[in-house]
Design a protein around this ligand. Structure first.
Ligand SMILES: Nc1ncnc2c1ncn2[C@@H]1O[C@H](COP(=O)(O)OP(=O)(O)OP(=O)(O)O)[C@@H](O)[C@H]1O
Ligand SMILES: [Mg+2]
Length: 243
């Protein structure tokens, strides 16, 4: 699991001259589940947006699948399509659940695979809602539809921004099981942001602690939780205010 699918070097993102992300060096391994934790505003979603090539960095380099991407370099459609993100507040089409899930494949010119879509909805506990109008769904149902839509692409990298934030305990364990299976069976590389440290421990192969846009600590999950090296990581895990 040591081959890097992403290599980040001296990656900085500024908004109005304020540095919100400043990562000197980070490798994300092919086939790993990397969990990112950190306080509100520490740059977690910004990191995912850069990994998804939604926004350019202010400076620095992202190497993805062997291709060097610098700010201002256009990223090919082929590369962008290897990565799919599920947002913190996903936007859905004003259509049925099934249409939403099938939509991404359609715009990408991929075959519809109706049977696979139905199985996917079934796995996410959404089968009974397939014909429902997406805007009428609850927050947790919407989040699961967004995840189904992302999985329908079969991306090489899945970026998940607090994917279980709105879910009840049953659906949390359903989604966690799905993430684990997807990683194991298809080798999907997963970068998952969560505020739930128990979830980080359950799912992460490695865990990174982001603070003020910097990676304070990154370690195998077991080590991260049992023997955190940095005092700020320990404070964060103890529920103290860290800055
Ligand atoms: N488009 C933008 N313009 C200006 N500032 C931004 C923009 N996007 C993010 N920021 C700022 O960058 C910082 C990092 O934001 P980000 O959304 O990455 O945090 P986060 O770690 O995901 O927080 P949370 O846990 O609350 O989701 C915040 O201070 C935020 O206000
Ligand atoms: Mg966020």
């Amino acid at each position: 699991m040591s081959e890097a699918i992403f290599r980040l070097r001296n990656l900085r993102k500024e908004y109005q001259q304020r540095v919100v992300l400043d990562i000197s060096h980070l490798d994300i391994y092919r086939g790993e589940i990397l969990v990112v934790v950190g306080p509100n505003g520490s740059g977690k979603s910004t990191l995912l947006r850069l990994l998804n090539f939604l926004e350019p960095a202010t400076s620095g380099e992202i190497e993805f699948m062997g291709h060097s991407i610098l700010p201002g370099t256009p990223v090919s459609l082929h590369l962008r399509r290897q990565v799919t993100m599920v947002f913190q507040q996903p936007a859905l089409l004003n259509r049925s659940v099934l249409t939403n899930v099938a939509y991404g494949r359609k715009v990408r010119g991929m075959p519809a695979q109706n049977g696979a879509m139905t199985r996917l909805l079934d796995r996410l506990g959404l089968a009974a809602l397939a014909g429902n109008h997406a805007p009428t769904l609850s927050g947790g149902e919407r989040q699961r539809v967004a995840l189904a839509r992302a999985l329908a692409f079969q991306p090489a990298v899945l970026l998940l921004d607090e994917p279980t934030a709105n879910l009840d305990p049953y659906n949390v364990s359903l989604i966690e099981g799905l993430i684990r299976d997807l990683n194991r069976e298809q080798g999907t590389t997963i970068v998952l942001v969560t505020h739930n440290v128990f979830q980080a421990r359950r799912l992460g192969h490695r865990v990174a602690f982001l603070l003020n846009g910097q990676v304070v600590e990154i370690a195998p999950a077991e080590q991260f939780f049992s023997a955190p090296q940095d005092a700020r990581t320990r404070a964060f895990l103890n529920g103290e205010l860290v800055w």
